[in-house]
Write a protein that binds this ligand. Structure first.
Ligand code: ADP
Ligand code: LRH
Length: 493
């Protein structure tokens, strides 16, 4: 038949899944085979990922996938983090976690050698402490690079374990702040000036490229045929999510909303102006040479960390109940600027949110419901500001906002976002990343489709919900001003 059957491994910062994808001319269907939790873990050397467990769970999922005889596999994950291999291909340590507070201390060290303006001109990236660049400077200081032969970003590391092949997929390489956004290659000169070894950067590969076949040992452990093709997808989860945004014309913004909220536009080329740098907007690589012109905003991390803390304190903290409670809270009581880097690290988030409110002169939320309301209104404000900022900087009209990812299941957040942006929000698909992963595999295996055709297929097959903006535009203008006006008075990191 004309049906294509594949497995997508999609690793988010809060959960991972292995899904089966079926694609045909009017068909796009996902079946979840395996899902598992994921969270930062800590040892004496800082925050890291438990990659052994992740790998184990991926193989458990692939074992189930093998029963369906997929013809291809693709792996995507969150960006910026990496494993270091020695010359025998052995992983030197658990990969560092981008939320380690030490990364932020490296910004100044890098700035001493390469100023911000030049860094932006070369890499086009938002200045964020999580970027691979800063993490590698930590690794350098710890001597971890001395015996490193290869640096592999997380999806490339898993692909290597599956196939034995080494490569760096370009959408994810573009998030490192060590990728030359115009030269379309690693920024070797920049790396050298920072004392980083350049031999660790693998050859680049593009979404759709062949990435190998399962090693004999993997085939034995999972039952996967050795003739399955492992396909490079848009291995940065956000890039895959953007592929599956169900837009029907060009005038859209997207919000890929999970642990982080990535808010932006798809453009034909990067915007590297001084104004864009000042607004801290990033230029990441999309498929087909496009630019994902977006900003990382804090996302549902704030809520995840609150839930974790409340549960550790013995509270029930049921997400559905809290969201219902938050919907009944009064509007605009406490609204924060979520861009504050104080929120990045794992921590007692309810307390940090309370302290940030106190510092900003906003009432300190006294209940979990009030805290959730504060988080969601603050995220909606970040969504509004970012949609407007990227549209203006790229000189593009936006008629609709597509909100995809786990956050699309949060109706209150979707409706607050529609109100704050004063635009319709189309929510879904929830599993946009896995769908994008599947679509790129299908395309690499002969399914025709330019970006708009792929998106039309998503729009025609996936359940979506539309949220119209209410009549609170004036109130949101006032909140935006209120938060902006006091930004100068609060102490900034
Ligand atoms: P990541 O890829 O970063 O791990 P996801 O896209 O899986 O993130 O989104 C996870 C988030 O989705 C959770 O933090 C949660 O806030 C939200 N979410 C998941 N399920 C629901 C639900 N049933 N209702 C509301 N929000 C949900
Ligand atoms: C979202 C994401 C985001 C990155 C962050 C590290 O999962 O990939 O695009 O900035 O994780």
């Amino acid at each position: 038949s004309n049906e294509f059957n594949c497995a997508a491994v999609d690793l988010g910062a809060s959960s991972g899944r292995v899904v089966l994808g079926r694609v045909g001319s009017d068909l796009l269907e996902l079946t979840e085979l395996h899902r598992f939790g994921n969270s930062p873990s800590r040892d004496e050397s800082g925050w890291r990922w438990d990659i052994g467990t992740i790998h184990h769970e991926v193989l458990a999922g692939l074992r189930r996938a093998a029963e369906h005889g997929p013809s291809s596999i693709g792996v995507d994950s969150w960006a910026v983090d990496y494993g270091l291999l020695d010359r025998n291909g052995v992983l030197l340590a658990e990969p560092r976690h981008h939320r380690d507070p030490r990364n932020a201390e490296m910004i100044e060290r890098v700035r001493e050698r390469v100023d911000d303006a030049e860094l932006y001109r070369v890499t086009g990236l938002q200045q964020l402490p999580i970027n691979t660049l800063y993490q590698l400077v930590v690794s350098l200081g710890e001597g971890e690079l001395d015996s490193a032969e290869t640096m592999l970003l997380i999806p490339d590391l898993l692909t290597y374990w599956l196939t034995g092949e080494i490569g760096a997929e370009v959408t994810n390489a573009s998030t490192t702040q060590l990728f030359d956004v115009r030269g379309e290659d690693w920024a070797y000169d920049l790396a050298r000036r920072l004392g980083l070894p350049t031999h660790v950067f693998p050859p680049l590969r593009a979404p759709g490229d062949f990435a190998g076949t399962p090693r004999a040992e993997i085939s034995t452990r999972t039952g996967l045929s050795r003739s399955v093709r492992v396909t490079s997808v848009a291995s940065h989860d956000t890039a895959s999510a953007v592929v599956a945004v169900p837009a029907t014309d060009r005038r859209f913004a997207y919000i890929s909303c999970g642990t982080w909220s990535l808010v932006g536009l798809e453009l034909d080329s990067p915007v590297l102006t001084e104004r864009s740098r000042a607004a801290n907007v990033t230029n990441e690589r999309g498929i087909d040479g496009t630019t994902r012109y977006l900003r990382n905003t804090m996302g549902l991390w704030l809520l995840q960390e609150c839930l974790r803390c409340w549960r550790e304190r013995g509270l029930r903290a049921d997400l559905d109940e809290l969201l219902e409670g938050a919907a009944r809270q009064p509007a605009f009581r406490s609204v924060l600027d979520t861009d504050d880097p104080a929120f990045i690290a794992p921590q007692d988030m309810p307390t940090t949110i309370g302290a940030a409110c106190a510092e900003a002169g906003e009432p300190v939320p006294e209940t979990p419901e009030a805290t959730v309301r504060c988080v969601l209104e603050s995220l909606a404000l970040a969504h509004r500001r970012t949609v407007r900022s990227v549209a203006e900087l790229a000189d593009r009209e936006v008629d609709v906002v597509h909100l995809v990812g786990g956050g699309s299941r949060n109706e209150l957040l979707c409706s607050l976002t529609a109100d704050a942006c004063d635009l319709p929000v189309i929510a879904g698909p929830t599993e946009a990343t896995a769908l994008g992963n599947v679509l790129i595999q299908a395309r690499a295996h002969g399914m025709a489709g330019d970006r708009s055709e792929l998106r039309a297929l998503v729009a025609a097959t996936q359940p979506l919900r539309r949220f119209e903006p209410g009549d609170s535009a004036g109130a949101w203008d006032a909140v935006d001003r209120r938060v902006r006006d006091r930004a100068g008075t609060a102490t900034r990191a």
